[in-house]
Design a protein around this ligand. Sequence first.
Ligand code: NAD
Length: 295
Amino acid sequence: MGEHRTDRIAFIGLGTMGSRMSQRLVAAGSEVIGFDPVEAARADLVEAGGRAAATAAEAADGVDYLILMLPGSRVVESVLGDTALLDALKPGTPVIDMSSSEPESTRKLAAALAERALPLLDAPVSGGVRGARAGTLTIMAGGPDDVIAAVRPVIAPLGTVRHVGATGAGHAVKAINNLLAATNLLAAAEGVAAGRRFGVDPGVIIETINAASGRSAATQLKFPQNILPETYDSGFALALMLKDMRIATDLARSVGAPAALGERAVELWSHAAADLDPAADQTDIARWVNRPRTP
Ligand code: NAD
């Protein structure tokens, strides 16, 4: 796992991704103080050798780095709007938002935190639960060169850091990535549905497309791992994917970029979200495509 670390890291948000990521940091030698309102999530970190705090502000007290892995910008804004937490941080402490947040919100938060000499980096991730567990995430970092350089070795146990631009750029690229991933997944689900109804075995369709030009992460990973076995258990909520798709189409709108296909994908995924259980997995979109319809 490389060099043994001795940093003190506060880790806020110990959910599907944050639990695995915080535990990797513990395994890399860092002292990790975690907070999540869910007690079981705090207990898991303690069992893995970390420490749990009763509040985010308590976790942040005097640490070297603060990492956030929260559902999205509203929660990030509320955590970073807590003056007790900000007062608990030493000036200069890097704040690293690894959640898939909104680039505009990130820029505003970075400006507000700069007044307290707290640099905010965006460092969202791709690679899912498997990548979080294995430390093979792609980390899309936005922010100043010197802060990225300081943070790089600390988060290296989580994956590969790609510095994509200024503050907010990481969150922008992450949202664009997920809009593509979601559009590809829906397109693949429609393609497989058509082929199957024509009488071709879905496994054969996927194997063949994976040796041809229509392949994507949807056909190479999600169909073989979660959809063909009918487990629908990728670990990434459909609601979170839809949140990211909207971030990307809002971004396109704000800069006047074309997003006709993206807007249509958002519309279809919104219908799926309305029809399905709030806890549905992103891969449930393939089940939704095949739903019985009233004529
Ligand atoms: P999750 O819902 O499993 O985890 C979020 C955690 O945040 C929960 O444990 C929740 O209790 C906690 N939380 C909520 N409010 C909080 C607060 N005020 N203080 C502290 N903790 C709080 O979500 P996840 O799947 O781990 O995703 C986290 C982020 O990573 C999201 O932005 C998501 O879009 C992104 N992401 C997820 C995946 C994936 O495969 N699951 C992959 C890449 C990126």
